[in-house]
Design a protein around this ligand. Structure first.
Ligand SMILES: Cc1cc2nc3c(=O)[nH]c(=O)nc-3n(C[C@H](O)[C@H](O)[C@H](O)COP(=O)(O)OP(=O)(O)OC[C@H]3O[C@@H](n4cnc5c(N)ncnc54)[C@H](O)[C@@H]3O)c2cc1C
Length: 467
């Protein structure tokens, strides 16, 4: 029997920032359109942490389903909007070829977040403090990246996303949750719809493919199966650094999520800080067979520490271009060494070439926030080049943030940002498969909330142009 079929003008896969903003932009058309968004996760207000983390203290941060559901990933943990079109999270001008237009898009996205309840306050506006920090950084051979940032806050975000989704629903968009897409319907070289996990077929004239980082493996499978043009993008591999919050306070006063860019001396590699969680918590992440670390911070729950990702950009050429495979092998090694838990090491132990153990961890002047860890030796898990970059980078950073690289500093591994294969798109964000448009992190086109939202918006505009 022929499976049940439904016909739409637009089908959007993924209700993260990319999918939601694509839908929002489609609504700006005067013509009524039949639009659906489909997400394999739950609705915004149903997203609650089902398990406890960190010694049974539930942070309500939903690390377990943070990647899935209306609102997508990340936005529910801290939700910092980087109000800049380039440098962090991708560069919108790669798609618009126009910095002025890219900046307008960032402002437009910011206004929409404000409309649905984002706080008015913008961080990173104090020119004098920025100039002082930039000078300090430059003197150490480091670039401090100036970014205006809006902090959505973990408590605020579910309401904001719910309001956003309610608006889309009121305007007639169908948002289907807890429904996974398993395949793209490709007929005669064109994308004509999607196939759900329950085998139901949804036909649509245009399909926007925005499944986020959680869908990255699936995107790779789809690219291979349907010959969607894609390349392997560079990947970030490193550690999560944790220090007493007081050490970071002076830079946090300048920017909520300060970004430092460092070129190391030995290998001339690019190392950067990102995802800073001031007074936050390090958390364990499970990626199926391998584990990783991440960080969260909350408005009402605070620790005495600050953590941030410190990662090396890793690009591979021939004979192995598959950066994901390389990073997974490192994560597997770390997972084996840590017996399924992240490895923690004091920087002092790493410097002395010895593993950390419970006794040595206690020599630090503060306590780690993640205790579901294995004290060990990160040098056994990370390649020499990455480890050298990290140690050298931390020493340089210490010149800008005194105290960030003391013997007491905790390092957690592996911190890996898996980026998807980068899907090839044209000026309309259309792939080489007609009617299939790509957006967001899952397609390797963005790496933060604002850029994901912007690529969704651009995909919607492109899809409308070709409608
Ligand atoms: C812990 C954490 C903290 C972060 N903090 C920040 C931050 O402060 N600031 C910032 O700018 N960025 C942050 N990020 C990154 C940011 O969250 C992402 O860049 C952004 O959410 C990407 O948007 P997206 O729409 O491309 O994908 P996502 O937000 O990942 O959304 C994709 C959606 O697609 C759905 N999906 C996947 N596969 C399928 C399928 N087969 N069928 C149906 N649905 C599917 C998923 O359930 C998901 O809801 C953070 C990320 C994480 C993980």
């Amino acid at each position: 029997m022929e499976p049940q079929q439904t016909q739409y003008d637009f089908a959007i896969i993924g209700a993260g920032p990319a999918g939601l903003f694509a839908a929002y932009e489609l609504l700006q058309q005067s013509k009524p359109l039949k639009i659906m968004i489909i997400d394999k996760g739950p609705d915004a207000m149903q997203r609650k942490c089902p398990v406890s983390v960190n010694d049974s203290k539930c942070l309500n941060c939903a690390p377990c389903n943070i990647m899935c559901g209306v609102g997508g990933s990340g936005i529910f943990s801290d939700g910092i909007l980087n109000l800049r079109h380039d440098v962090v999270g991708g560069n919108l001008s790669d798609f618009t070829n126009d910095d002025v237009e890219s900046n307008k898009i960032v402002d437009y996205i910011d206004q929409i977040f404000l409309r649905f309840g984002a706080p008015e306050r913008v961080h990173g506006m104090d020119d004098e403090k920025i100039a002082q920090l930039s000078l300090r950084a430059m003197s150490a051979g480091i670039k401090f990246v100036r970014i205006r940032q809006r902090h959505l806050g973990s408590e605020n975000t579910p309401r904001l996303i719910q309001k956003f989704a309610d608006h889309l629903r009121e305007k007639g968009i169908e948002i289907c949750t807890d429904e996974g897409v398993k395949d793209l319907l490709i007929e005669e070289g064109e994308c004509r719809g999607i196939v759900l996990e329950n085998n139901k077929i949804i036909r649509a004239k245009k399909i926007i493919f925005a499944p986020g980082r959680v869908g990255a493996v699936w995107v790779g499978e789809m690219a291979r199966k349907h010959n969607i043009a894609a390349i392997h993008a560079p990947i970030d591999i490193g550690v999560r650094v944790e220090v007493p919050a007081i050490i970071m306070q002076s830079v946090i006063d300048v920017n909520r999520d300060p970004k430092f860019h460092i070129w190391t001396s030995k290998y001339e590699d690019f190392v950067r800080t990102f995802c800073t969680n001031h007074e936050g918590f390090v958390v364990k992440e499970n990626y199926g067979s391998v584990i990783g670390v991440n960080g969260h911070s909350f408005t009402d729950k605070k620790s005495e520490n600050t953590n941030f990702a410190f990662v090396v950009k890793t690009r591979l050429t021939e004979p192995l271009e598959n950066t994901t495979l390389y990073a997974e092998s490192i994560a597997r090694l770390a997972t084996i060494l840590g017996q399924g838990k992240p490895i923690i090491q004091r920087l002092g132990d790493l410097r002395r070439g010895r593993r950390s153990n419970d006794w040595r961890l206690k020599k630090s002047t503060f306590h780690p926030t993640l205790t579901d860890v294995t004290p060990g030796n990160i040098a056994m898990a990370l390649p020499h080049r990455i480890l050298t970059d990290i140690m050298e980078g931390l020493d340089k950073l210490n010149e800008v943030i005194p105290g960030v690289a003391t013997d007491s500093t905790f390092l957690y591994a592996p911190e890996i940002k898996y980026y998807a294969m980068k899907i090839g798109v044209d000026n309309n964000m259309e792939t080489n498969i007609k009617n299939l448009f790509a957006a967001g992190d899952g397609a390797g086109l963005s790496r933060d909330i604002v850029k994901a939202s912007a690529t969704g918006l651009l995909a919607a505009r492109g899809a409308i142009r070709t409608f």
